[in-house]
Design a protein around this ligand. Structure first.
Ligand code: MG
Length: 162
């Protein structure tokens, strides 16, 4: 077994599309970044890379590399999973906390969980998402940013490498 931790935060600005786990969130603002700013997927990618001993997201997908500009983060996650599988590991479960003041994410949780389970090839009961506010404190609490914390457990794959 291997465990990995991941964290990501992006500023929010008006008129940007808001993606979390590849799911569109209806909001007047969205994350700023060279990518789609999907903090949920970015935190999971870092947790996967960490558990596999493969460094971090910036090493594999450098922000300045035009190859990764405007690439959907779900594609980066798929590529990361390939690296994990090549290392003879596979995800067992993932647990995430999203920190966002508004909008409330409750209406999106089931859809995000199902989407994530599909990309990761996991049963939904091993994909757990939690959302909370920052109680009005700091930039997150003032609605100026969105953040995510992820923990992933990997186990040795049963003879698979692709
Ligand atoms: Mg990011």
């Amino acid at each position: 077994m291997r465990v990995g931790i991941g964290y990501d935060i992006h500023r929010l600005a008006g008129g940007r599309p808001f993606l979390l786990g590849g799911v569109v969130i209806q909001a007047p603002h969205g994350p700023v970044g060279h990518s789609d700013g999907d903090v949920l997927l970015h935190a999971i990618i870092d947790a996967l890379l960490g558990a596999a001993g493969l460094g971090d997201i910036g090493r594999h997908f450098p922000p300045g590399d035009p190859q990764w500009r405007d690439v959907a983060s779900a594609r980066l996650l798929e590529r990361t999973l390939k690296l994990v599988h090549q290392g003879q590991f596979e995800p067992y479960n993932v647990d995430v906390t999203i920190v966002l003041e508004r909008p409330k994410l409750a209406p999106y949780m089931a859809t995000m969980t199902a989407a994530l389970a599909k990309v990761m090839g996991l049963p939904v009961e091993r994909v757990n998402l939690k959302a909370k506010t920052n109680e009005g404190l700091d930039a997150l609490g003032q609605g100026r940013a969105v953040a995510a914390h992820a923990v992933v457990l990997l186990r040795e794959a049963s003879g698979r490498a692709d």
